[in-house]
Design a protein around this ligand. Sequence first.
Ligand SMILES: [Zn+2]
Length: 201
Amino acid sequence: MPTTTAVPAGGPAPRVSPLRRSTRDSLPPTDPVATATVLRRALLLNASREPLCVVSVHRAVTLVLSGKAVVLETDGLMLRSERMALPAPQVLCLTRYVHVPYRRTVPPTRRTVLQRDAHRCGYCAGPADTVDHVHPRSRGGRHEWTNVVAACARCNHRKADRLLSEIGWQLLVAPTTPRGTSALLAATVRPHPSWSAYLAA
Ligand SMILES: [Zn+2]
């Protein structure tokens, strides 16, 4: 019988101050908090409030308990164990600025390309669940953002390894590389509504 449950808080959740490290150390790897939160995700901001990345809520809780981050937004759920109670983080902010020397890029994968193209086929605008290389890889096309589009299975099958010029097709929208942290995050995961204010910058 788990001793940890996620229950709605009785009102707006207070901001959380970093707890003592000894609290984190008291959590073994099999702690129910970890089990309950491993599938949830949170937006991590730099101390400058610039979006950095998306982390598991388990990782977010670890950052908060070690004093490295504070919770800015929560969905009202409280994560409870015998030793602690913590609002489930949805947006959190590092307490110290981390210098990011370069913008990390998100690779084009089936999931990120479908997300960028809103699951619409680049050839017929129908619902898409596959990814097509506009210039086929078998003919030298590269696996890069500007050469991949979401495609419905029917268009993907019909196009096969042919060039658009050979079959008289045109792309409805030219594929582009997602720009900026917000775009990259949006292309990577389905943003939670509470993230919108932080991703708008
Ligand atoms: Zn199609």
